[in-house]
Write a protein that binds this ligand. Sequence first.
Ligand SMILES: Nc1ncnc2c1ncn2[C@@H]1O[C@H](COP(=O)(O)OP(=O)(O)OP(=O)(O)O)[C@@H](O)[C@H]1O
Length: 609
Amino acid sequence: MTLPTEVPTAVEDVAPRSGVVRRFLRNPLGLASAIILALIIIAAVLVPVLGLPDPNAVNLRDAMKPPSPQHLLGADSSGRDILSRLLWGSRINLLGAALAVVIALIIGVSAGLIAGYYGGWFDSISSWFNNFTMALPGIVVLLAVRAVVGPSVWIAMAVFGVLLFPGFFRVVRGAVQTVRSELYVDAARVSGLSDFRIIGRHILTVVRAPVIIQIARLLSIAIAIQAGLEFLGVSDSSTASWGSMLNDGFRKITLNPILILWPALAVGLVCMALVLFANAVRDALEDRGKQGNIPRRARKATDAAHPQEQATSAGALQPESALLSVAGLKVAYGYGRTEKEVVHGVTFHVEQGEVLGLVGESGSGKTQTAFSILGLLPEGGHVSAGSILFDGQELTSLSETQRASLRGTDIAYIPQEPMSNLDPAFRIGYQLTIPLRKRLGISKEEATRRALALLARVGIVDPEKVFKSYPHEISGGMAQRVLIAGAVSCNPRLLIADEPTTALDVTVQAEVLDLLRDLQRETGMAVIMVTHNFGVVADICDRVAVMQAGRIVEIDDVDRILSQPSQDYTRRLLDSMLEDGPVRPYPFEDASSTDNTPVELPVSAEAKE
Ligand SMILES: Nc1ncnc2c1ncn2[C@@H]1O[C@H](COP(=O)(O)OP(=O)(O)OP(=O)(O)O)[C@@H](O)[C@H]1O
């Protein structure tokens, strides 16, 4: 299956990762700081081959000499070449700072991850140790270490690394605590991923950005502190370093003030560049997803695509017969200055018994749109504007209880990851019958009878056995059939299927699609099929709405979208996603039943056997 990342140009323009790099490079301060840091690192790496004089070669005849072709930046009080000492010193300072930050990173990130994810005694102990370390006077500790182990810059920086660990620990622990209760982490746990994999795959990606920013900040602190320690004489003064040069320059400041200028400039420049670099990375990451960052080219095309689809008033240009009318829907996360809009005013409708495909690349806003209709936006997300009319009822003004009563009965949902949506602690039968009994008020026996018939109808060969099984005892394909059975159990009028075949293998995908087609035809329910796969669209949809970057760029009949899309974006999406093979015809006869009473679904031939 071709994934959206393979869609060329315009899609790549809005891909989050490349967007971060582009935004970073567009920030002049970020770019300048990156260039300065790169030049300093290159100079530090290449210094042995630059043919500069020995940084420690004393030549009293050259003492305090001003800049000359022989000493480009002049010579110090012992006649040593200042440029050579600066560049050799940069190695010591950069490596010393890197050592401290790597130690802080290893201790802080691993302790922060474990403390944030597991909590408990480890969290208590590590938090206590974090507070204790923060309370220690760092310089006093380093001076004490020097008194015990001698003037080694490496030992001093290693100890400083331990003292710096709270810088990472607090950031990582806080981020992990926020993210560990997210649904997708629960879903990953439920689907059987080990903690190690969950932390590696789901948690580390969340803390990556703050950690990168923190690395740059702590590096600048470590360089300044290291130079300060060398200035105080904590390290070996015979080694060329920025701090020892500062010390030398300070002692001769009345004789030649320029001696202190070069190392001070070096320390100041690197620290400033690191801080600016960190700020630019933060700005680039925080701007991710803002509309202002969608390339103007893409935005123009989007806005001009179908102006009627960008209507903002409720029900504008929507057919009265529509079962669902979404108008000017905007979805945002956060409030006030931190509000981030992810869906920018989408308008579409779904007729009774119609199958509407919602297609688009990853991150285009399909799921957010679907969740808005279901009233299931993740924490922090809200409908910031627009209207969702379902059967003439404005969903956005309903209470949570009213919306909950619609879910499962009038509006059903089939998720992408079947396994994560079945509770591993309960048998399949229990999970199917409880909603039936609660919503339809039927007896346990009646609910069991219906659940078994539903399991048979969705193609489960041994319904009795699956009824008594726990989720881990059935395959992914069977789990998806169980969820489909659950979704259609109360005869919904609208079914929202969020990439229902993505997590399944190819043969099972086809079977599940066939099943959905048959069920849709039998019950006459309307379907919103969220997908990034035009094969699925061709298979099952009547009309298609194409989404890009939180907007609908094109909406039309499936045949027209597939044969003559009006937007370049749709064409590119089609080129990259459409599988070879003919569009399977789908006879939508008699798909208009709106009766909401549960029907006896026919038992499949396979199940009868
Ligand atoms: N919890 C959240 N907090 C903030 N932004 C979010 C959240 N969930 C999604 N988004 C943002 O909303 C935008 C649309 O996401 P959405 O999940 O709707 O995309 P999608 O088209 O369904 O993609 P996919 O096919 O990958 O599921 C993305 O830019 C995403 O970063």
